[in-house]
Design a protein around this ligand. Structure first.
Ligand code: SF4
Ligand code: SF4
Length: 259
């Protein structure tokens, strides 16, 4: 399996929000969903692409030699699993018992051969593995290599789910039920998007589903964050029309999500 190559969008070290402990997060390109509020729009297409930030352009006309001002940024490069492992190993001393590597994206399961091989390499080197997945793609062989799974149940109503993400939420829930049988802790999350899913009924429905799982590690609500808006503009995409939920609304919804 030497030389297995993935298309990597980014590698972020010292992450404390992508699973237990301190983690190195490997963002992989490509996603079968297209969430209207996506915070990583540069990870939706599998191919490498250029983000352009005009405010940073100094008009030097040196684009063919590479941009040194940060105005043109290429997202996505081919890396072998060994190359990624070398970066992951840099922080091994900080992972301790529960930290490690997290595969994220995009949808890491679109590059499942790469993820499976890298996960094996991590375990051979004593590094814990986690995955942030949409759960639109189910592969028990790859998922069973993970020590921890994180996935969203974004919207309960299937037509609404299709409208705002492009795919069926029922299929995702069926795949989560299959993953639950693998015996791996699964953290379920819901991004709260005002006007789309910020109702008590929505959270009650999703919480009931979470409670029906045997291996649920928790249920978290994440407020919409406009992080992706600047990146959408840099990709030439239109900006979404969402706002950050009010603190009081988040507190109310969290009181129904508590398990
Ligand atoms: S290299 Fe960068 S700063 Fe120079 S013209 Fe091209 S985009 Fe602008
Ligand atoms: S599943 Fe995640 S990466 Fe894919 S489009 Fe939705 S928010 Fe973006």
């Amino acid at each position: 399996m030497q030389g297995v190559v993935g298309i990597v969008a980014d590698i972020q070290r010292s992450s404390i929000h992508d699973g237990p402990g301190i983690r190195t997060t490997v963002f992989l390109k490509g996603c079968p969903l297209n969430c209207s509020w996506c915070h990583n729009p540069e990870c939706i297409k599998k191919e490498p692409e250029i983000l352009f930030y005009p405010e940073k352009c100094i008009g030097c006309n040196m684009c063919d030699k590479g941009c040194f001002s940060g105005a043109k940024v290429i997202c996505g490069k081919e890396m072998t699993a060994d190359e990624v492992l070398s970066e992951v190993m840099l922080d091994k001393a900080y992972y301790k018992n529960d930290g490690g590597v997290t595969f994220s994206g995009g949808e890491p399961m679109l590059q499942k051969e790469f993820v499976a091989h890298l996960s094996d390499l991590c375990h051979e080197n004593g590094i814990n593995t986690a995955i942030e997945t949409s759960m639109y793609i189910f592969d028990s062989g790859v998922l069973s290599k993970m020590d921890y799974i994180m996935c969203d149940v974004k919207i309960w109503d299937d037509e609404k789910h299709k409208k705002y993400t492009g795919v069926s939420g029922e299929k995702i829930r069926e795949n989560i039920k299959k993953a639950d049988k693998l015996g791996i802790p699964i953290l379920i999350r819901t991004p709260i998007i005002p006007g789309i899913n910020d109702t008590v009924d929505e959270i009650k429905n999703i919480k009931s589903f979470v409670m029906s799982l045997e291996n649920a590690a928790g249920y978290e609500l994440l407020p919409y964050h406009p992080l992706g808006e600047g990146k959408r503009a840099a990709l030439g995409l239109s900006a979404p029309d969402f706002c950050i939920p009010e603190k009081e609304k988040m507190e109310e919804l969290k009181s129904y999500a508590h398990i």
